[in-house]
Design a protein around this ligand. Sequence first.
Ligand SMILES: [Zn+2]
Length: 210
Amino acid sequence: MDTSAAKANLEKLDRQVTREEVEDAIRTLLIWVGEDPYREGLLETPKRVAKAFKEYCAGYAMDPRDVLYRTFEDAVGYEDMVVLRHIPFESMCEHHLAPIVGNAHIAYIPVGRVVGISKLARLVDGYARRLQIQERLTFEIAQAIGEVLKPKGVACIIEAEHFCMKCRGVRKNGSRLTTSHFVGAFSSDHGLRQEFYQRLRCEALPTGAY
Ligand SMILES: [Zn+2]
């Protein structure tokens, strides 16, 4: 794509898209799959889908890192690993607009500042509620914690099912993708990673998950 075409595209993106245009696009999709968008059952569908997409993609309206700025400093002296397992999330794959449903597991080693555990869950949601690939989601969560809390290290593991793989294409139901990203001490210290895996394994995770 030449520069002027790319610029024209960006200008198009900048312009406010109306709700009517989105609903028209969904009606077009309904016709494309063989439906009559004006039959009774589908009359309200474009409106519902438009609203649902705003919810699936609510993460674009925020900087997820903002939730990490309220920290507790009275945990000074706590230098052990903080682990939050099984943070459920729903995201959407950017290749097929199909759901990605899974769990994130996060660990960090604080230096003076710790964050409320609900904030970690909200951080995951902020990045998950965008069009994603799982690898980037994992990276963004770990990097955000690293940048804002400046801990000794951060680990993030995500395991998720991709509905684009479950319901279309190869249709492999039940296969799960596991991704990990390590920052600071976790990337250099094999022992720390082992401890993290051990803590994940010690409860709830199915044997052999890692
Ligand atoms: Zn996909």
